[in-house]
Design a protein around this ligand. Structure first.
Ligand SMILES: NC(=O)c1ccc[n+]([C@@H]2O[C@H](COP(=O)([O-])OP(=O)(O)OC[C@H]3O[C@@H](n4cnc5c(N)ncnc54)[C@H](O)[C@@H]3O)[C@@H](O)[C@H]2O)c1
Ligand SMILES: [Fe+2]
Length: 394
């Protein structure tokens, strides 16, 4: 990294209070939850998850441990990918009277759990509508534990929840109240993640690191440190995790990488890759990580005039063999990004995902609605630019 002769710009850094990395530790969740047990009366917890994870038995050891520790547990397993407001409200209804909320799953379950912990807090008068936006209101919540079962979103360490608000639109809640009390990274929970989900969620995490590192407004020395280490870990272990899913070491390194990337973009927010990915998820229901993977190389190419030196620095981290000047190392990063989908078995083009060419102008129009993200992009993006990027990705 280049040395600076002037002080770093001032910055603010948010992080969760407590983080535990321990393979198998979800089977001791009852011990972890002890800290939030009420002094008297029955202890009640709500687990927020999806039906597949509930049915699969992955949650069973955690539920047994909670029961053995004296918790009465309700399970809301109605979370669907890209959770809707209706999902959040139904889960919040089931959470009435609980002492603790536990998010168990991918970003969809963890994001739902965050908002439920606010809405179900006794005495809460806030509505969902009031929560949208960046720190739009002062909120408080019930105690919250998060257990990710994908290595991707980093939602476990962010104060962000993304909800599907209409038929096709997504909106974000960014609020300090959404930072969890305790995060548990248990790699055994991710061993059964199918290759395509491992690839898509892992690339999502890589994009978090890349976009945090080039974030125009809030990039800072600490987010840089986290983004670089995240990208190093994710790059070193992604293929192994895709090809040999039962490798607990690769799985744990992916979880740590995704979490570090989450901490990075929590403080240096993501930009155009995500802004262009969201309409693909909203309108065509592509998985979040796949949407990112499809537009990534084309956004990097667009950003290059503004971000080449930073991309060259990331190439050093991701591709230790890459040498030469900034331009050649940036080339190496772009070549890597170009081949990422093919290497991990994902479709590489929008047309492979049944997106019609005549849908691109509407997608570009919708991407312009993501100004919260676009303002962080190293290069300003117009609607015409967004359309050209989608066309290149098609
Ligand atoms: N809060 C944030 O900071 C943040 C950041 C990025 C994305 N997101 C949001 O997160 C959501 C995407 O989350 P995601 O990519 O983790 O996917 P997800 O939670 O939507 O889950 C995707 C699928 O993977 C399955 N799955 C999860 N864990 C599994 C396991 N261990 N084994 C087998 N299958 C498993 C789920 O059942 C589901 O079918 C989107 O709504 C996105 O907008 C949030
Ligand atoms: Fe993401």
């Amino acid at each position: 990294m280049s040395s600076r002769s002037s002080p770093s710009p001032s910055f603010l850094f948010n992080a969760v209070r407590r983080l535990e990395v321990a393979a198998g530790a979800s089977a001791r969740l009852g011990d972890t939850a002890q800290a939030w047990k009420p002094a008297s009366g029955p202890a009640q917890a709500l687990v927020v998850t999806d039906a597949f994870l509930h049915r699969s038995g992955l949650l069973a050891p955690a539920l047994q441990s909670l029961a053995a520790a004296g918790w009465q547990v309700r399970v809301y397993d109605g979370v669907l990918p890209d959770p809707s407001e209706a999902v959040v409200l139904a889960a919040a209804e089931l959470a009435r009277g609980v002492d603790l909320v536990i998010g168990f799953g991918g970003g969809s379950s963890m994001d739902t759990a965050k908002v439920v912990a606010v809405l179900a807090r006794p005495g809460n008068t806030l509505t969902l509508a009031q929560l949208y936006g960046v720190e739009s209101v002062r909120a408080e919540r019930l105690p919250l534990i998060q257990l990710p079962t994908t290595a991707g979103t980093g939602s476990e360490v962010t104060r962000i929840a993304i909800l599907t608000t209409g038929e096709h639109t997504k909106a974000g809640i960014v609020n300090s109240a959404l930072l969890a009390d305790h995060v548990l990274l248990d790699a055994t929970l991710t061993l059964g993640l199918p290759p395509a989900v491992t690839a898509a969620t892992g690339i999502d995490a890589m994009v978090h690191a890349i976009e945090a590192y080039t974030s125009a407004l809030k990039k800072n020395p600490l987010s840089d440190l986290l983004a670089r280490e995240a990208l190093r870990l994710l790059g070193a272990h992604l293929l192994r995790a895709v090809e040999q899913g039962s490798d607990v070491t690769a799985r744990e390194q992916m979880l740590i990488g995704a979490m570090l990337a989450g901490m990075a973009f929590e403080n240096a927010p993501v930009a155009a890759v995500h802004a262009l990915a969201y309409p693909l998820g909203g309108v065509y229901h592509l998985p979040h990580g796949l949407s990112n993977a499809l537009v990534l190389p084309h956004v990097l190419r667009f950003n290059r005039p503004a971000a080449e030196p930073l991309y060259a620095e990331l190439a050093e981290v991701l591709l230790p063999g890459a040498g030469g000047d900034d331009a050649s190392r940036c080339d190496a990063l772009l070549t890597y990004a170009d081949g990422l989908c093919a290497r991990t078995g994902l479709p590489a083009r929008l047309r492979d995902c049944h997106i019609p060419a005549d849908a691109l102008p509407e997608l570009a129009r919708q991407a312009m609605g993501q100004q919260r993200l676009l303002q962080n992009n190293p290069r300003p993006v117009t609607e015409a630019d967004a359309l050209a990027i989608y066309q290149a990705a098609w």
